[in-house]
Write a protein that binds this ligand. Structure first.
Ligand SMILES: Cc1ncc(COP(=O)(O)O)c(C=O)c1O
Length: 398
């Protein structure tokens, strides 16, 4: 934990609770902090599985803090105050704020001052701050990653209520170990540590896994090299993918972390609505055959944003993906340009019209869609859907 935070902070092993991935860690901390009906504030856009992980079994609710592209999705004090007040007016007991730093889906890390302002906000309101830092080591460009642990260290005087601060971490992203299910809650709160330790019995990491990982992670040279190389590779892939998108004029949110891009495809929407976003999503999934996630599944307020993962594939697959996007976008444009060549410059309206035709076509024609939507609709889509029983090695063994 200390290494991926640049060695700038020290962690007390007695405050670490183990859980089944960050999924288990997020649920564990919610069980410790909130009662059914209580609420957590969460800035948008946020990780699509938070409703499942934070609410399904705990019975708590999420209150969105709406952030938008006009100020780069910054989490402002005004937005926090407004959501907090609305919840209070509705007689909802707000227990805390949960943030993802670096953000999924934005791929950006929070700067020092914003993080400090979130600590101040939660301390002022006397509510908890949970920082999901699962992407800590994916920062490949400036600004560098700042952990809330650094802010705690910096502000650690009698006025800071550090018992209100908790960190969620996992090896799923930073070490590429999602299948090992290694998650952590690090809490500055003694009661949470005691309670969480008992609760963690429901999601323990096997001792064999712990031994194996302890042996691997205690090899300092290996870990240092791994983290360095990982960050260089992410930077390289990020740049390559960015160039590919720029070539075809796809706008993306500037990012410095994460394993994905937040792309703005709003110019391709038939109209600026979430229905149109879903229609475009269906075309991309079924015709372009790329697995992207629509902004609505991250509770983004503006239609037209999509998250595309760029890190979970080999170089060859990246080219296939980029070629498919190019073929789809340029193919549409070319056709229109050719049609319009006698009239000179291509008409943007006609390019758009062609898209709209495409959208309508695929929306109504494909029977496969019905099946696909049941399985993949972002409203029920789980990024961690269990493997189908037939392909589970254990089920096969029975
Ligand atoms: C922000 C965030 N939190 C938690 C998780 C869950 O991670 P894990 O695989 O460790 O359960 C993810 C996975 O995508 C995530 O993006």
């Amino acid at each position: 934990m200390s290494k991926v935070r640049g060695g700038r902070v020290k962690f007390d092993p007695k405050r670490i609770l183990m859980s089944g991935g960050a999924t288990g860690a997020n649920e564990l901390i919610m069980f410790c902090l909130a009662d059914p009906g209580d609420a957590f504030l969460v800035p948008t856009p946020y990780y699509a599985a938070y409703p499942r992980d934070l609410c399904w079994r705990t019975g708590l609710q999420l209150i969105p803090v709406h952030c938008d592209s006009s100020n780069n999705f910054k989490i402002t004090r005004e937005a926090l105050e407004s959501s907090y007040k609305k919840a209070k007016d509705d007689n909802i007991n707000v227990k805390g704020l949960i943030i993802t730093n670096p953000s999924n889906p934005l791929g950006t890390s929070l700067d020092h001052d914003t993080l400090k302002s979130l600590v101040s906000f939660t301390n002022d309101k006397n509510i908890h701050l949970v920082c999901d830092e699962i992407y800590a080591a994916t920062v490949f460009d400036s600004p560098r990653f700042v952990s809330v642990a650094e802010i705690v260290q910096e502000m650690d005087d009698s006025s800071l209520k550090k018992e209100l601060i908790h960190i969620v971490y996992s090896l799923s992203k930073d070490m590429g170990f999602p299948g090992f299910r290694v998650g952590i809650v690090y809490s500055y709160n003694d009661t949470v540590v005691n309670c969480g330790r008992k609760m963690s019995s429901f999601g323990l990491i096997s001792s064999q896994t712990q031994h194996m990982l302890a042996a691997m992670l205690s090899d300092d040279e290996f870990v240092d090299n791994f983290l360095k190389k990982n960050s260089l590779r992410l930077a390289k892939r990020h740049e390559h993918f960015a160039k590919g998108l720029e070539e075809i004029n796809i706008k993306r949110f500037p990012s410095n972390a994460g394993l994905f891009y937040w792309m703005n495809l709003s110019t391709l929407l038939k109209e600026q609505t979430f229905d149109a976003e879903m229609a475009l999503w269906r075309v991309i999934i079924n015709e372009v055959k790329l697995n992207v996630s629509p902004g609505s599944s991250f509770n983004c307020l503006e239609p037209g944003w999509f998250r595309v993962c760029f890190a979970n594939m080999d170089d060859e697959t990246v080219e296939v993906a980029l070629n498919r996007i190019r073929a789809f976008v340029i193919g549409n444009k070319k056709e229109t340009t050719t049609n319009n060549s006698s009239r000179g410059k291509k008409s943007v309206v006609e390019v758009k019209k062609r898209w709209q035709q495409n959208l309508r076509l695929s929306f109504s024609s494909s029977r496969i869609l019905d099946h696909h939507e049941n399985v993949m609709s972002p409203h029920i889509l789980s990024p961690h859907s269990p493997i189908p029983a037939s392909s589970s090695p254990l089920v096969q063994a029975t």
